[in-house]
Design a binder for this molecule. Structure first.
Ligand SMILES: [Ca+2]
Ligand SMILES: [Ca+2]
Ligand SMILES: [Ca+2]
Length: 495
């Protein structure tokens, strides 16, 4: 390797083979302002040839952790590469002591490679922000979707592969979690309803499947892998700089703790005022094995809670509730404009290796929804003794996941109801799901009280892997496609 500098830019000419390495090092004395870990490393470089180097961050005492630059977008020609510091993790998943970082290395190692690399810019940004606009490809995907007469769809955002949850602030800003551990925050600067830029709010979580914005204090709750974090942006730059681990060590395996929602005010089960409780499902640890006392349940956790001891079990026998939603269901379902009562619904993924159905359940306090003893509908009249039946049995292996309840007065009354995303088969060879279903509810009087049964119908067809559902500030349905990374808004355009 040779390194020549021109106009302050290191220019590396490298040829190594599988038995050796070449290393470029940049080192600095203790910084006035040490790194915190919330920064994003920015590298602009120009590359020729076959160079696929690793970039290491190096602590003062020499401990270092790499990422592969190609994985972050270093390619032939000019590239801009951005790497959140919390995504530098060692084999055990441990991050660095960020305030001890005093060096960067670019290492060409243990592979045949040759070429040139010019380092044009290398810095640490406290905020990673970029302009956004849905691509032509997202528009094309939207045009391929089919919905009932009168409905239309538009792409809201894209470039969100493996998205897991979508949240909105009361001001209409949008938060999106990616399974790989990032949370993006979308902002509409000019108020025209189109997002203009997005900011990386948080990164480095091992897996995110639960996301919840707190309208009272602006905190963002992030869940997955048996953990629940409360994060906050205390210095107002739009990037999380506080993270407190509120729940740790929930038993998880095949499934984990999933989608989060606040109680309606006051809490319909226990009456506390304000948004005091966070509701979520914790799945079973295995296909047909519950796991621990807290698995295969719907749980709730107080916003000031600290640790598992503050959890309350709402209901049991739900194999894996990917999402829960509080829905203002009309007391008289034939009169959607009349009085409403809050009802809790949860999706449920059925077994992978038998053909019992997935489910959508109407969650009542203390009820048992059957898993792993009983699957699918129960005989009407004995509901709740001992098991309660689903709103409807969902096609086996379709993976009932995201939930949203639409009340938008601009939608025809029959469409102001519950919606479920069906991600589609994972272990079963037969294609099922890949749609969003509308569920028509009707009340059912049972031994366990009044509950709901429902009939599904196709609402959005043509999706790849629909997963998160949400309600837009406009009241329209939002659906995120995990496999294409596109978020769509479905609205009623009229007859
Ligand atoms: Ca805008
Ligand atoms: Ca901040
Ligand atoms: Ca059940």
């Amino acid at each position: 390797m040779t390194c020549q500098e021109s106009a302050g830019r290191p220019h590396l000419t490298v040829a190594v083979d599988a038995s050796t390495y070449a290393r470029w090092t940049l080192q600095w004395a203790d910084a006035d302002r040490p790194l915190t870990g919330d920064e994003t490393l920015y590298l602009r470089a120009e590359r020729t040839g076959t160079l696929t180097p690793n970039l290491y961050l190096v602590e003062r005492e020499g401990r270092r952790v790499p990422v592969n630059l190609a994985r972050y977008g270093l390619k032939e020609g000019r590239s801009e590469v951005r790497i959140p510091l919390r995504e530098f993790k060692d084999d055990q998943g441990k991050t660095l002591a960020f305030d001890q970082i005093t060096g960067v290395q670019i290492v060409f190692e243990w592979a045949d490679m040759a070429g040139e690399l010019t380092l044009e810019s290398l810095r640490f940004d406290s905020v990673w922000e970029e302009p956004v606009a849905p691509s032509a490809q997202a528009q094309e995907l939207a045009e391929g979707l089919q919905m009932p007469e009168g409905f239309a769809v538009a792409p809201v955002a894209d470039n969100l592969l493996q998205m897991t949850q979508i949240e909105f602030t009361p001001e209409g800003e949008m938060l999106v979690s990616l399974q790989g551990g990032r949370v993006w925050w979308y902002v509409d600067d000019d108020g025209d309803g189109q997002y203009d830029r997005r900011r990386l709010y948080a990164a480095g979580f091992t897996e995110i499947v639960g996301l919840l914005y707190d309208p009272e204090d602006g905190a963002v709750w992030i869940g997955g892998r048996g953990q629940l974090y409360r994060t906050a942006d205390s210095d107002g730059n739009g990037v999380a700089d506080e993270r407190s681990l509120r729940i740790d060590g929930l038993p998880w395996g095949r499934h984990q703790n999933n989608g989060l929602t606040w109680n309606p005010d006051p809490d319909p089960f226990s009456g506390e005022p304000g948004h005091h409780w966070i509701y979520f499902g914790l799945g079973s640890t295995d296909d047909l094995v519950v796991g621990g006392e807290l698995n295969a349940t719907i749980l709730r956790f107080p916003r000031d809670g600290q640790g598992q001891a503050d959890l309350e079990v709402v209901s049991r026998g739900v194999r894996n509730a990917y999402d829960v939603v509080w829905a203002p269901v009309p007391v008289d379902l034939d009169n959607p404009d009349g009085e409403t009562r809050w009802q809790l619904f949860a999706s449920e993924n059925g077994p992978d290796f038998n053909d019992a159905p997935d489910e959508v359940n109407h969650i009542r306090w203390g009820h048992h929804y059957g898993f792993p003893e009983q699957f699918g509908p129960v005989e009407d009249g004995v509901d709740g003794d001992p098991y309660s039946g689903p709103v409807y049995p969902v096609t086996a292996h379709a993976s009932a996941d995201g939930l949203a309840y639409i009340t938008n007065p601009a939608w025809p009354p029959a469409y102001r109801t519950l919606y479920v995303s069906l991600f589609g088969e994972v272990f079963s060879p037969e294609p099922v799901g890949h749609i969003v279903e509308r569920v028509t509810l009707h009340p059912e009087t049972t031994a366990g009280g009044t509950t709901y049964r429902g009939e599904p119908s196709d609402f959005i067809v043509g999706l790849n892997r629909p997963l998160p559902l949400a309600v837009a500030p406009s009241g329209d349905l939002i659906v995120g496609d995990y496999a294409t990374g596109v978020i769509y808004q479905v609205y009623y355009a009229g007859e």
